[in-house]
Each structure stands twice: as C-alpha cells, then as structure tokens.
Design a protein around this ligand. Sequence first.
Ligand code: PCA
Length: 206
Amino acid sequence: MMKKLLLTGFDPFAHYNINPSWEAVRALPDNIGSFAVTRLILPNIYETAGRLLIEEAERVKPDVILMTGMDSGSTRLHADCVAVNLRDALLEDNKGLMPWGEPVVPGAPAAYFATIPVHKLVTRLQKAGCPVHLGYCTGGYVCNDIFYMALHHFSGTNVKTGFVHVPLLPQMVFDENLALPLEETTKILRQIIETLSDLLTEEENA
Ligand code: PCA
C-alpha cells in the first residue's frame, strides 16, 4: 500500500549560498519505494521552521516525516536517533536569533528518540555497503529544533519521525575531502528512504 512521506530540507544559512539538504530532497523522484513524497523547504529560523513543518504535516497527514539538514562536521550521512529540549545557537539563525540554554518547549521532556526504526535502518544500510551512520546528537541549533518540535507534537501518534544529516558539497569547502558530491548524497538519501519503506512494510506484515 502507498504511504505518504513528508520530506523536508533547509534553506541556506550563515555564509553559505546553498544547502545540500534541500538540493538532495529536490533531486529525488516523487515516488520512492512505497512512499508518495511531499517536499517542503524550511527556513533556518528557530520556532518558525518547526511551526511550518507541523502545519504542513497537519495538511498532508503523512505516515512518515523525514527531515534533513546539513552538518559541516561530517563527510558521512547520519540518521539521528535523538532530539533534545534545548536551544543553544553557536551562530545566528536566518532571523538573527541566537538563543542560549533555552528549552524548545518549556516543561516538556528533556529528549525524544526518533520514531522511525533508526537502529534497524542503519544496520541494514551498512550491511548493504551503504555508508550511513547513527547520529547521537543533533546539536542545539535549528535542525534539533524542528526534530524536537515534530517529535513532541506527534508523540503518541502513529506518525513516524526521523532526521538525516548530510555533509557539505565540494564547492562549499576548501578541502574537497571534507565534502560529498550532491549525486552521492542524493543516491544515499534515496537508499535510506527505500530501506525505510522496506522496513515499515515488513513491520506491517509481521
Ligand atoms: N543545518 C543546521 C540547521 C539547518 C541545517 O541545514 C543544523 O544542523 O542545525
């Protein structure tokens, strides 16, 4: 049976004029595995991005929400397993906000785990030779913000929520060894989504 996937990427921020997360999302087809894909680009702004994501999710009613963002500190794709209730900016967001030591949602739990089967996903991808790793920390910036807001909002529902961080593109770095070409990132992101589709279908039929 077809499922709905809401797939998001971010607009550029800081001194960059491109964000590989949105470029990869944009390059993917409309149907992947059992998913019909709805795409959404989000602004790198605390609170606003999460609010726009939740509004679109309420409209689309997806089975799965997969968010993506870029991580300048890695040459690999990471499937993140946890979001924390913390806003800690090391640089301004696209509105000039720079929160420090503030909660995403006051009084809410300290953290939420991803609700897609992230451990099974990484194990299966690695067995297939696909270089995807588990991410244990999404930081305190806007990626963590939307991940936490989505997990909090859809907590206790059937909506499965996950986050994938992607590396920078070669043209964004001085040393090309610290980046991954867009074709590679897009191919691996597609494999992640196909494998997720397989895992969810298997879970349904179990
Ligand atoms: N990466 C940032 C926010 C937007 C993006 O692409 C992050 O990792 O928080």
